[in-house]
Ligand binder design. Structure first.
Ligand SMILES: Cc1ncc(COP(=O)(O)O)c(C=O)c1O
Length: 404
């Protein structure tokens, strides 16, 4: 393993050097959104100060620079995800929009009454509600892979019977479970089902290669991997993208237009109507450069060390139960404290400068299944330190003394 100077890495994040409520900020809400390194912030400033213009349209210098930077970011994403080509990368606002795109294009074109969409019981609302809407529209039915008591999926191939699409989360934002994406995709392919992987919590945290996973679609959000908000990407298998109808109509996505009809460009432009979010795409490209310089395996190993230490501390606090699998866990520890509601606990934490998340984490059905009002979640990224994890534990021990 390469040795990384994590203190130097942390110094790249100006926001972390502040006090909150008179204490040093202890930011452990990274699963909700990550912080941004100076390199990403500067890429935005640089873009707006030097290169800003509309893309694909102008023959002037700035337009060609903006186009190069925008398309360059697409190429970086393709490489980062292990895609065959940049045409397979569609810019979106984030994971939610990527999933909605697939539901509204591939889904509407391919599903009919009685077809089955297979999801899991641990999906974020963004990988549930779009399929509910599609099911209402097409008459398709939803089926769910159960979540076992240890927080893993109780998957069996028989669940794939009659399934046209299997959409599942790579790393659960509520439990931390790392699902065996390649195995699930292999089983789905053998059953003739198309697969979509929600990569919101995996993309910036571990090596991800869409070809090794063998999925048909993979969606992620830039803001969770050090990039700006409002930008993300959807990877799709080219053969499927070429057949899918567009969803938004407008400029940029057409070849020719009459008053009656239009013909469309090839993917990815067919799915990107209107002026895109150029600056933030450039910022996403800068974030990818930044993460690649650190190395995703190094990030994964560092995250794992932080998470293991957090789980260890939490297990020692009376009345605290850490959710999710003991092994193979993403960079988060969500727990139930029998002596405090998650909202009271996160408010207490905030008074000590500690940013945690309390609530249902956009997985209401899973909370209902677990008979919990919600959980409290600490989520980590590579700029967090073991010392911060120890400080979090101290604050939570103080919370136990206060509430219990
Ligand atoms: C597992 C998972 N899927 C999807 C999303 C939605 O991401 P976004 O709101 O960036 O579209 C999130 C965000 O928290 C998530 O954790």
């Amino acid at each position: 393993m390469t040795s990384i100077d994590w203190a130097k890495v942390r110094a790249d994040f100006p926001i972390l050097a502040q006090q909150v409520n008179g204490r040093p900020l202890l930011y452990l809400d990274n699963a909700a959104s990550s912080q941004k390194p100076r390199a990403v912030i500067e890429s935005l400033v640089n873009y707006y100060e030097r290169d800003n213009a509309n893309v694909h349209r102008g023959l002037h210098e700035l337009s060609s620079r903006a186009t190069d930077a925008f398309e360059g970011a697409r190429t970086k994403i393709a490489r980062y995800l292990g895609a065959e080509s940049a045409e397979q990368i569609i810019f979106t606002r984030g994971t939610t929009e990527g999933i909605n795109l697939v539901a509204n294009t591939w889904g509407v074109a391919n599903l009919k009454a009685g077809d089955v969409i297979l999801l899991t019981e641990m999906e974020h609302h963004s990988n549930l509600v779009p399929w509910q809407l599609l099911a209402e529209r097409t008459g398709a039915k939803l089926r769910f892979v159960p979540v076992a008591d240890d927080g893993t999926l109780a998957f069996e191939p028989a669940l794939l019977e009659g399934v046209k699409l299997f959409a599942f989360v790579h790393v659960s934002n509520s439990l931390g479970t790392i699902n065996p994406a390649a195995d699930l995709c292999r089983a789905a392919r053998a059953a003739g089902a198309v697969t979509l992987v929600d990569g919101a919590q995996s993309t910036g945290h571990m090596p991800v290669n869409v070809r090794e996973i063998g999925c048909d679609f993979y969606a992620f959000s830039g803001h969770k991997i050090c990039a700006p908000t409002g930008i993300g990407a959807l990877y799709g298998r080219l053969e499927l993208l070429e057949k899918m109808p567009p969803w938004h109509g407008g400029g940029e996505m057409i070849v020719s237009v009459t008053y009656e009809r239009a013909t469309y460009k090839q993917p990815p432009h067919k799915f990107e109507a209107g002026t895109p979010n150029i600056a933030d795409a450039v910022g996403l490209g800068a974030a990818i450069d930044y993460l690649e310089a650190i190395g995703r395996q190094n990030i994964f190993d560092h995250d794992a060390e932080l998470t293991a230490r957090a789980v260890h501390h939490l297990a020692e606090i009376p009345g605290v139960r850490v959710l999710g699998p003991q092994k193979s866990r993403g960079a988060l520890a969500a727990f139930h404290a029998e002596w405090a509601h998650p909202h009271d606990l996160t408010t207490f934490a905030n008074e000590h400068g500690l940013a945690l998340r309390g609530g249902h984490h956009c997985t209401q059905p899973l909370m209902r299944k677990m008979k919990l009002p919600g959980t409290t979640r600490a989520s980590f990224y590579f700029y967090n330190t073991l010392d911060e994890v120890d400080r979090m534990a101290e604050i939570l021990r103080a919370a136990h003394r206060f509430f219990a």
